[in-house]
Write a protein that binds this ligand. Structure first.
Ligand code: FAD
Length: 468
């Protein structure tokens, strides 16, 4: 029987990063993945394919809507070849996944293909896809089994027309009308892909605003821009029934007054969140406790109730984000090596890759108010930037929230072009506990979208922006 210092179950961004860090730290490491491709949800049916389709659809949308105003004329009609678009996405996925396999080999990590199930706290049975079984032994085990799309109890996902994000990434036709249940990150990103390709897109959200967990100003701005792009957004609507009638999907919801509203579409994307995934893991055989939400219960060191078993990523509490899973993978590897790593969960940024993008880190205004923290806000509009006008990306703003007394930056919230990249500046500043004035005195290249960060900091410092 093969023996390891550490075995990791699941090869998503949590699992494969944990494996690399364990190997770097000198541990004999194995990783077990039930699918034939490595990389988990993120690489195969999440972050990467969704961004590939967002990019392709963005190019098409620009060609149809914006080339002319840039003085670019295309003789004839610009057309979408969906099959080719999906094939390009798939080749990006394959390249990225084989990149992970390369990293496993480079770091001398043993990869097992098959379903990993606990036999006990130090043994894992691997049920391989060819029907055979192998058992391995590991001193320490990291559960990184991730998550799967969830649904509402009364909705049956048929994967044909009532679909999750996984199917939405490989449709064979462009929907005429796509109803998206859930106005969160995944629903809006995939909704925007198909809106750009010509679908009518209707979003139904239970809460009173889209992206409800983010700062209210971000929701308001994104809502405004998406409506301009032709999205139909129905907030405060409670979906109560989703049925099929041939090629039609009928969605019934109650609006906030309790009045029934009926939506008819050819596709319905159910994007109401994701559930932690532990099916087939036999966690109980190792004595590992799950909580009432199905997550693996962990302490602040990501250790389960069984001392040699840890869990990371989507299968534990916290934001379901690839970079959060990666940080946790590194943290557990370093704990196993006897180090004392730390993650500041307040500084894990959240991003929506629509266009304009949305990005945030730290506290929202609502959170600061609830905690009774006195703060100052500086909010600078993108339209005041030369760079934004040059590219005609004038929607959005950067908002900086700083402590009213100390001027320490407490939260940064952005909508606009490339803010998914700009948020890294805010994370760096907050990691070093910068004040708004610190940011405002740093030189920002001109012309860039990043100048909005400096201007918002100037406004938060003592309301002295230079360009509004
Ligand atoms: P996962 O990536 O889910 O990987 C878990 C792996 O474990 C899977 O490969 C699974 O097959 C395997 N596994 C499970 N059980 C077993 C078992 N018993 N034996 C063997 N293998 C097993 N996050 C971002 O940060 N940015 C984004 O832009 C982003 N976009 C997204 C878009 C979509 C459409 C979706 C669905 C998600 C997106 N996410 C994004 C979320 C991100 O994908 C997850 O947060 C991330 O993948 C979690 O990583 P993980 O390692 O915890 O688990």
């Amino acid at each position: 029987m093969n023996q390891y210092d550490v075995a990791i179950i699941g090869s998503g961004p949590g699992g494969y990063v944990a494996a690399i860090r364990c190997a770097q730290l000198g541990m004999k490491t194995a990783i077990i993945e039930k699918y034939s491709t490595l990389g988990g949800t993120c690489l195969n049916v999440g972050c990467i394919p969704s961004k590939a389709l967002l990019d392709s659809s963005h190019h098409y949308h620009d060609a149809v809507k914006h080339f002319e105003e840039h003085g670019i004329e295309i003789p004839g009609e610009v057309k979408v070849n969906l099959e080719k678009m999906i094939a390009r996405k798939q080749s990006v996925v394959e390249q990225t996944s084989s990149g992970v396999k390369f990293l496993m080999d480079k770091n001398k990590i043993d990869v097992y293909e098959g379903l990993g199930s606990f036999a006990d706290a130090t043994h894992i049975d691997i049920n391989k896809n060819d029907g055979s079984t192998e058992q391995i032994e590991a001193k320490n085990i990291i559960i990184a089994t991730g998550s799967k799309p969830s649904t509402l109890p009364f909705i049956e996902i048929d994967k044909e027309r009532i679909i999750t994000s996984t199917e939405a990434l490989k449709l064979k036709e462009i929907p005429k009308h796509l109803v998206v249940i859930g106005g969160g990150v995944i629903g809006l990103e995939l909704g925007q892909v198909y809106r750009r390709l010509g679908s009518e897109v209707t979003v139904i959200e239970f809460m009173d605003r889209i992206i409800p967990t983010m700062d209210a100003d971000l929701s308001k701005e994104l809502n405004k821009v998406l409506k301009k792009q032709g999205f139909k957004i129905n907030a405060s609507h409670k979906v109560k029934e989703v049925t099929r009638d041939g090629d039609k999907v009928i969605v019934k919801a109650d609006d906030k007054k309790g009045k029934e509203v009926v939506f008819e579409a050819d596709y319905c994307l159910v994007s109401v969140g994701r559930r932690p995934y532990t099916d087939g893991l036999n966690a109980d055989k190792a004595g590992v406790k799950l909580n009432e939400r199905g997550q693996v219960e962990v302490n602040d060191h990501l250790q389960t109730n069984v001392s040699n078993i840890y869990a990371i990523g989507d299968v534990v509490k916290g934001a379901m984000l690839a970079h959060k899973a990666e940080e946790e993978g590194v943290m557990v590897a370093e704990i196993l090596a006897g180090q004392k790593p730390h993650i500041d969960y307040n500084l894990i940024p959240g991003v929506v890759y629509t266009w304009p993008e949305v990005a945030a880190v730290g506290k929202t205004e609502a959170e600061l108010k609830e905690a009774g923290v006195k703060y100052k806000a500086g909010k600078f509009p993108m339209r005041a930037l030369g760079r934004a006008r040059a590219s005609m990306d004038i929607d959005g703003f950067v908002k900086i929230l700083a402590d009213a007394e100390t001027d320490e930056v407490l939260g940064v919230h952005m909508v606009g072009a490339r803010v998914a990249d700009l948020i890294a500046e805010a994370v760096t500043a907050m990691e070093f506990r910068a004040s708004a004035e610190d940011i405002s005195r740093m030189s920002h290249a001109h012309p860039t979208y990043a100048e909005a960060v400096k201007e918002a900091a100037l406004m938060a410092t003592d309301n002295r922006p230079l360009h509004v």
